[in-house]
Design a protein around this ligand. Structure first.
Ligand SMILES: [Zn+2]
Length: 322
């Protein structure tokens, strides 16, 4: 295994209360929020911004777990087969763009879907190979899967992705280095703010925009269910809408960003899709809103802040770099 990460940034497997300051500080500072990139002005003078996203995981949740449950695979297929047409129709009806983060395997299983998403003008972002967790991979494997995923999405959509959302928002010690090496514009997997910010890499500005997510603004948190475990939905769709609208209201009052994550196999159901409709209607009712893809938000924030990309040089063999 090779690693571009200095050993000092990885906490030792000793009791945390015995760590010297350099260890706990190094762990925190390895990847951290830097300056806020909340812009003074949103595009065209809009009072606030809305960035809607979908993680099109479909069958890869079950595959990632090594499972072969045809029941769970069919739940995933529902997302592509029944959920996506509803979602795309609703976005089209409202004239609202969105970002779709797709595992490469989900994109290959559903080539018609990724083509339709691209044809509708929505953004397609990297979302792992098969929804694997980065934190269990070594550096070379994570890097290889990210590069191959980017190539697959490029081939199937016709456009090279500029953003990444890690699967399950799982961020390894080298994920940021890989994002920089690929030359991406932004990440959307971390949660240090409501507003976009610049990621610090070892305390230094990375040139990578973070479009922060939150489990609060994720439909899967409220709707997930496992027949053979205690996992059940927290409440009904009205509760979820209430939470999303409260997030939206304060984002609008603060002149900030309202970012939302949904999953076609969750929100795409008949009893839930109306939540998306209500959220879009509520945002429009405020009169001055910029609906944008995550890439558009990231680009706007970077430009407003005078940021320049500080990607790392691409090196086929990532050995020995720090
Ligand atoms: Zn996912």
């Amino acid at each position: 295994m090779t690693s571009p990460v200095p050993p000092s940034s990885v906490p030792p497997k000793t009791d945390p209360w015995t760590w010297p300051e350099a260890v706990w500080r190094g762990a925190v500072e390895h990847v951290r929020a830097g300056r806020s990139l909340k812009p003074a002005h949103w595009k065209d003078g809009a009072a606030f911004a809305v960035a809607i996203s979908f993680d099109s995981d479909h069958e890869t949740i079950e595959l990632r777990n090594g499972g072969r449950s045809y029941s769970k695979l069919s739940q995933g297929q529902y997302g592509a087969r029944a959920g996506m047409p509803r979602i795309l129709a609703m976005l089209q009806r409202h004239g609202v763009p969105a970002s779709f983060f797709m595992p490469a395997v989900a994109a290959m299983l559903n080539e018609g879907e990724i083509a339709a998403v691209a044809a509708a003008g929505h953004e397609i972002g990297i979302h792992s190979w098969i929804h694997e967790l980065n934190s269990v991979l070594d550096h070379d494997t994570e890097r290889d899967l990210a590069l191959r995923a980017s190539d697959v999405l490029t081939r199937l959509s016709g456009t090279r992705p500029v953003g990444m959302r890690t699967a399950s928002w799982d961020f390894s010690p080298w994920t940021l280095k890989i994002i920089r090496e690929i030359g991406l514009l932004y990440d959307s997997s971390l949660m240090a703010d409501d507003e976009p910010y610049e990621l610090l890499d070892g305390g230094q500005p990375s040139g990578i925009v973070e479009i922060p997510v939150e489990w609060i603004r994720d439909d899967a948190v409220y709707f997930s269910m496992d027949r053979f475990a205690a996992l059940r939905p927290h409440g009904g769709p009205q509760m979820v809408l209430d939470i999303f609208l409260r997030e939206l209201d304060l984002a609008a009052q603060e002149g900030g960003l309202f970012q939302l994550t949904m999953h076609p196999h969750q929100i795409g159901h008949r009893s839930r899709i109306w939540i998306l409709d209500e959220v879009i209607r509520a945002a429009k009712a405020r009169g001055s809103v910029w609906f944008a893809t995550h890439a558009e938000i990231a680009r706007h924030c970077a430009q407003e802040a005078g940021m320049t990309a500080q990607g790392l040089p691409y090196a086929p063999a990532a050995k020995g770099r720090s």
